[in-house]
Design a protein around this ligand. Structure first.
Ligand code: GDP
Ligand code: IMO
Ligand code: MG
Length: 424
């Protein structure tokens, strides 16, 4: 009856897809609860690479039920493309269900994402321009179009006319952009509705029943803690709650269902998009980590910013998510880097030291990372399958990291493949 949550503990792209894929092999149900196709999760099986955006990573297992909960924002154009791509590679998508309450990303959300980013100029957030923020805005403004509406053509047509008319006014009169032809949008989205209708089902009920029947459930996080709308580096965040607690509201399950919460981190830190990054390496070591680790965005292809492991942010994640354990990925990428560093605390401009991530960017400004240094390693560790097989310097790095963030490291990634992991 375990119900595991997997969440990101840094700024995304920690390798959640790989960890979820490994754990999904032991799960009956995999559920996505927030975010949209801003996410990009990579799963590697025997050299075959799958890049998933909205489809839960459990899809690669034939008998796993894959669910998309009410808290997700779903772009039907991109999503149907993802389904087609999976089907063309011989992966069945029959076991995939979407909650009728999930919000639909409409074309004006994508347009408005781009227009508002341009309006912000040099103060842009660096969004994925997938319409995520504007779609969540409409949800809270209570004018969103939901999955239920998408598969009911009369409701859809009416909502596209009412919401679309207002959106066209904003696009043209506020931003000077091009309006959408609402009849064409209605026609196109009605077709998506027809394709997706067989996939609509009440995810809250399905999850509840699976739990009652003693099935193993995995909740798949997208984005990460430091991108959380409240507990991240606001305003340089996404518009949902990637925290463990977000799973309950985003799926419609009670918190007592959850038995285990696993946080995923990299052995260093990366970030795409703008915003603070205290341990960022703007030098040759940062370039080396980027190139060796293939640190380019899965969704947008943008080069990821790279830096040392920051125990302050992961400590914050351990607390706000209530983590039971951590999976540390990409330890292999740190080979041949030389001396390694971990940020243990921040020194504030007034000379005081804090171990807690500040609540506002203004307080983070001027904070200096305080580092501890570690002997590096040169061995290829990608074939190690037990902790004891790792070079002593790697072991020391992980043991100290564990101590600094206050959480047990239960898994260590030594390569992208689903087999390249050490379980402790
Ligand atoms: P996600 O968004 O958290 O699922 O992560 P992404 O898929 O966007 O990015 C993680 C990248 O790291 C992918 O290219 C993975 O294949 C790769 N990866 C995951 N774990 C490991 C690991 O332990 N070692 C190496 N070398 N690559 C890994
Ligand atoms: P996964 O699930 C990394 C970042 C964007 C931007 C900010 C806001 O693969 O870890 P948005 O389009 O969400 O409004 O952009 O959030 N971002 C991610 N960064 N991984 C992700 O997902 C991300 N999803 C959003 O780069 O800085
Ligand atoms: Mg990703």
């Amino acid at each position: 009856m375990p119900a595991n949550i997997v969440v990101g503990t840094q700024w995304g792209d920690e390798g959640k897809g790989k960890i979820i894929d490994i754990l999904a092999s032991r799960a009956d149900v995999v559920v996505r609860s927030q975010g949209g196709n801003n996410a990009g999760h990579t799963v590697v099986n025997n050299g075959e690479v799958y890049k998933l955006h909205l489809v839960p990573s459990g899809i690669l297992y034939k008998n796993t039920l894959c669910l998309i909960g009410a808290g997700v924002v779903l772009d039907p154009k991109d999503f149907t493309g993802e389904l087609r791509e999976l089907e063309s590679r011989g992966i069945s998508t029959d076991n995939l269900k979407i909650d009728p309450r999930a919000q639909i990303v409409m074309p004006w959300h994508i347009a408005l994402d781009g227009l508002s980013e341009s309006f912000r100029g040099s103060k842009d957030i660096g969004t994925t321009k997938r319409g995520i923020g504007p779609a969540y805005c409409d949800k809270y403004e209570r004018c969103g179009i939901r999955m239920y509406d998408l598969v009911h053509p009369d409701i859809l047509a009416e909502k596209i006319q009412s919401t679309g008319t207002l959106k066209n006014k904003i696009i043209t009169e506020v931003y000077g952009g091009e309006p959408f032809d609402l009849d064409a949008v209605t026609k196109e989205y009605t077709e998506y509705g027809k394709i997706l209708a067989p996939h609509m089902d009440d995810v809250s009920v399905l999850t509840f029943n699976a739990h009652k029947e003693g099935k193993t459930i995995m909740f798949e996080g997208a984005q990460a803690t430091l991108l959380d709308i409240d507990f991240g580096t606001y305003p340089y965040v996404t518009s949902s709650h990637p925290l463990s607690a977000g799973v309950c509201v985003g799926t419609g399950v009670g918190p007592k269902v959850i038995t285990n919460i696993i946080g995923v981190a990299k052995a260093y830190t990366t970030r795409v998009g703008k915003g603070p990054f205290p341990t960022e390496l703007d030098d040759e070591i940062g370039d080396r980590i980027r190139n060796t680790g293939g640190e380019f965005g899965t969704t947008t292809g943008r080069p990821r910013r790279t830096g040392w492991f920051d125990a302050v942010i992961v400590r914050h994640s351990v607390r706000v998510n209530g983590l039971d354990s951590l999976a540390i990925n990409k330890l292999d990428t740190l080979a041949n880097i030389g001396t390694l560093k971990i940020c243990v605390a921040y020194k504030k401009p007034d000379g005081t030291v804090t171990e807690h991530f500040p609540p506002a960017l203004e307080e983070l400004d001027g904070c200096e990372p305080i580092y501890e240094e570690f002997e590096g390693f040169t061995e290829d560790i990608s074939d190690c399958r037990t902790f004891e097989e790792l070079p002593e310097s790697c072991q020391k790095y992980i043991l100290r990291l564990e101590e600094l963030v206050g959480c047990h490291v239960g898994m260590i990634g030594v390569g992208p493949d689903r087999t390249q992991v050490i379980e402790r």
